[in-house]
Design a protein around this ligand. Structure first.
Ligand code: THU
Length: 124
């Protein structure tokens, strides 16, 4: 299951828009009902406008009425890619206990709980 998710992240990476960093990132987010949403990093000439692949997938899921995140797989041109701090906090909002999956290939995946990557995340 995590393998399939990772393969999807790997596949959508091709859609990444990264003319500035040239680092293409893909993410695949699995929700509790089994639906999967994908996302890529989309950069902008105003660099701060860039959105990461993970947040792109999360925004797509929420936009479809799905906030019950179970797992997210991330894949970059350089293989293993753990979410940045902003993405950790963004995902933490919805599912602190979700699984985060990455790795250098579908054969060697690493899985961690978001709460371990983002202990004591911000809540209101
Ligand atoms: N990036 C992601 O897509 N996810 C992360 O967790 C960190 C960084 C993207 C943003 C930017 O387009 C490129 O990687 C280089 O930082």
């Amino acid at each position: 299951m995590y393998r399939e998710l990772y393969e999807q992240a790997q596949a959508v990476k091709a859609y990444s828009y990264a003319p500035y960093s040239h680092l293409h990132v893909g993410a695949a987010l699995l929700c509790a009902d089994g639906t999967m949403y994908t996302g890529v990093n989309v950069e902008n000439a105003s660099y701060g406008g860039t959105i990461c692949a993970e947040r792109s997938a999360a925004v797509t899921a929420v936009s479809h009425g799905n906030k019950d995140f179970e797992a997210i797989a991330i894949c970059s041109d350089e293989g293993e890619a753990w979410p940045c701090g902003i993405c950790r906090q963004f995902l933490y909002e919805f599912a602190p206990d979700m699984k985060v999956i990455t790795g250098n290939s579908e054969e060697e995946l690493e899985v961690m709980e978001l709460s371990a990557l983002m202990p004591k995340g911000w809540t209101l």
